[in-house]
Design a protein around this ligand. Structure first.
Ligand code: SF4
Ligand code: SF4
Length: 347
């Protein structure tokens, strides 16, 4: 199907039609002077011009808390699948890149049926960034734009019109509801290319001084670098940098028995490697008690451990959320990576 072009009014009508499909539409909206993904009630609430959301849309593919199974005490259990068909509208390219990484991680090895079933029911309408956020560095990480992984990609052109490119059967099913939209012209497609070129250059408030692909090598030589201790001295172990990160996917699994003392449920909830008890195991042993070791682990995970599992893709997509969320001002991955780069002389 060709790329369609909407006027702002036609696009509002399209969104209103999506809202009538019966599927919840989760989309970026204003919230206390910032932006957050939430259930969309009206096309007028949608903010295509948002800079960055407080939490990434990851929360819809991997909810903060998710029931995995229900059981009878000393009896049988049954698996719980909580997902439902949903439209995720307005996902920025860097957040989409993070979801695609998670797809790969949850698919490989021990296939995670809970994640994958939920994910398969979600239709993603991505959106090229209109307003760069204060700390974004997606251009440095190669995630300022995307060429695949979405069901539909929206691009707002300079004149305010909106192009919609349906890439999958799920996307085409939705775009059929587009009503009076018209096929985009050659000039429109050139204008879209200009948006991509612009975004690939300007979503770069912090500049990584090497190709992301060099980071595993840099980290390989930096395990005992003084920066871990220096930064960690200021760290509150609050875990905010983990909680806002679109690529952090660690979770804790717990069982709860209900008040009847006969039944219960098992759930998983987001965890964070910066939290003091993240690495506490049976017998109350904490194998990463040291704050500097936890601080180092987060940046090793983004730049070395996860890339080794997913074909070299760096598990930091440059959204900049951790930089804004860290009250101690020490969470900026670019600042640390550039320093290591300089000291290892690999740059
Ligand atoms: S490490 Fe920070 S900048 Fe990188 S993806 Fe996570 S929150 Fe975004
Ligand atoms: S947000 Fe900052 S202070 Fe809090 S755990 Fe992360 S690095 Fe430490």
């Amino acid at each position: 199907m060709s790329v369609l072009k909407f006027t702002p009014k036609q696009f509002d009508d399209f969104v209103s039609t999506l809202l009538k499909t019966g599927r919840p539409v989760m989309a970026p909206q204003a919230k206390n002077g910032r932006f957050a993904f939430g259930p969309l009630a009206s096309a007028a609430d949608l903010r295509l011009d948002y800079d960055v959301t407080i939490l990434p849309p990851k929360k819809y593919v991997l909810p903060q808390v998710e029931t995995l199974l229900e059981f009878e005490v000393c009896g049988p259990c049954r698996s719980v699948q909580e997902g439902e068909p949903m439209i995720l509208l307005g996902v920025h390219p860097y957040d989409l890149a993070a979801i695609l990484q998670m797809d790969e991680l949850f698919r490989q090895g021990q296939y995670d049926k809970h994640y994958m079933d939920r994910r398969c029911q979600i239709t993603i309408i991505a959106l090229d960034v209109v307003t760069p956020s204060a700390n974004v560095f997606a251009s440095s990480m190669g995630t300022a734009t995307v060429t695949s992984g979405y069901d539909i990609l929206l691009t707002v052109l300079k004149d305010g019109s909106i192009l919609a490119d349906a890439a999958t059967a799920k996307g085409q099913e939705l775009i059929r509801l587009a009503g009076s939209a018209v096929p985009a012209s050659e000039a429109d497609l050139l204008a879209r290319k200009a948006v991509w070129e612009h975004n690939n250059a300007v979503l770069n408030k912090h500049i990584l001084l090497c190709k992301p692909s060099l980071l595993p090598k840099v980290l390989e030589q930096s395990y005992n670098h003084p920066v871990w201790e220096e930064k960690a001295r200021l760290c509150y172990s609050c875990g905010s940098c983990n909680q806002v990160c679109p690529t952090c996917y660690c979770f804790d699994v717990q069982d709860r028995v209900n008040w009847d003392l006969k039944t219960g449920y098992r759930f998983r909830a987001w965890d964070g490697c910066l939290l003091e008890n993240f690495a506490t195991v049976a017998g109350n042993h904490n194998f990463r008690k040291d704050r500097a070791a936890r601080y180092r682990h987060r940046l090793y995970r983004k730049g070395k451990y996860v890339p080794e599992k997913i074909g070299g893709q760096i598990a930091c997509v440059g959204c900049g959320r951790c930089i804004s969320a860290c009250t101690a001002k020490i969470a900026n991955p670019v600042e640390v990576y550039n320093r290591l780069l300089q000291d290892t002389k690999l740059g």
